[in-house]
Design a binder for this molecule. Structure first.
Ligand code: NDP
Length: 245
């Protein structure tokens, strides 16, 4: 019998910033949402309330994406209870910037493990259940303009975000026959907690559109890739950067 449950999308790092905007936009566009955070559970629960007020189902998972065992346990339990997801948006990410000679081991390790191990730790437990659904699916990964062009002071972050693009392109090929698309979104400078005001002012001049983007503008691109109109788009990187590159 076909699964008649509404399509559910997991959005990692959706307690705030871009992830929060993505979760709300997906709900407005008709998806049920699994919110996720590391520590800010109360904030994520508030986003879940906003989504329920829109008439969609929402629940919150809390785990550190760098903790492989915790991620697997939480995701397998959620899938066992509610069924396989239609999609996942791998959005959780951090920066720890610094000129390369002064970069600490911690800054290198934490940025790579949050982005790259985080991708593996979240997507790997979800893929077989998505395949077994035998229906179209979506994987969207949050990369960055830094992963495309490399940014001064962000060797760690640029490496992590470029690595994600490689992972997306390879996984897209593996899953194409299953009708599961895999794409990356590469935002430019987006005004969130991650970006400090001074950096925003300096970067503004380099952006052809002369302004930072908003989380809602990134969310629109993600929701498009998750939606039915993007069924034949896979293995791509969609830049949302005001013309930066
Ligand atoms: P924020 O710092 O505002 O939010 C980050 C989110 O990720 C939070 O929900 C946080 O959870 C979660 N998170 C961070 N580390 C972990 C972890 N180890 N385990 C679980 N959750 C974690 O970031 P943005 O909204 O600005 O960025 C979102 C994504 O977009 C990131 O991948 C970022 O690299 C990317 N991006 C951002 C740009 C920008 O200009 N802002 C530009 C290009 C890309 P909690 O609240 O619980 O800590």
């Amino acid at each position: 019998m076909p699964d008649s449950r509404p399509d559910t999308v997991l959005v990692t790092g959706s307690s705030r910033g871009i992830g929060r905007a993505v979760a709300l936009r997906l709900a407005r566009d008709g998806f049920d949402v699994v919110l996720h955070c590391r520590r800010q559970q109360a904030q994520a629960e508030r986003v879940a309330e906003e989504i329920r007020a829109l008439g969609r189902a929402a629940r919150v998972l809390c785990f550190d994406v760098t903790d492989r065992a915790a991620a697997r346990v939480a995701l397998e339990a959620d899938i066992e209870a509610h069924g396989a997801y239609y999609g996942v948006v791998c959005n959780a990410g951090i920066t720890a910037d610094g000129a390369f000679p002064a970069l600490t081991d911690t800054a290198w390790d934490s940025v790579l493990s949050t982005s790259l191990d985080g991708f593996y730790n979240v997507v790997h437990p979800l893929v077989m259940p998505m395949i077994r659904r035998r229906r179209p699916g979506r994987i969207v990964v949050m990369s960055s303009v830094s992963g495309l062009i490399g940014n001064r002071g962000q060797v760690n972050y640029s490496a992590a975000k470029a690595g994600l693009i490689g992972a997306v392109k390879a996984l897209a090929v593996e899953l194409a026959k299953r009708r599961i698309t895999v794409n990356a979104v590469a935002p430019g400078l987006i005004e969130t907690d991650m970006v400090d005001a001074e950096a925003t002012e300096a970067a503004r001049r380099a952006i052809p559109m002369q302004r930072p983007g908003t989380a809602d503008e990134v969310a629109g691109a993600v929701s498009f890739l998750c939606g039915p109109d993007a069924g034949y788009i896979t293995r791509q990187v969609l830049s949302v950067n005001g013309g930066l590159c």
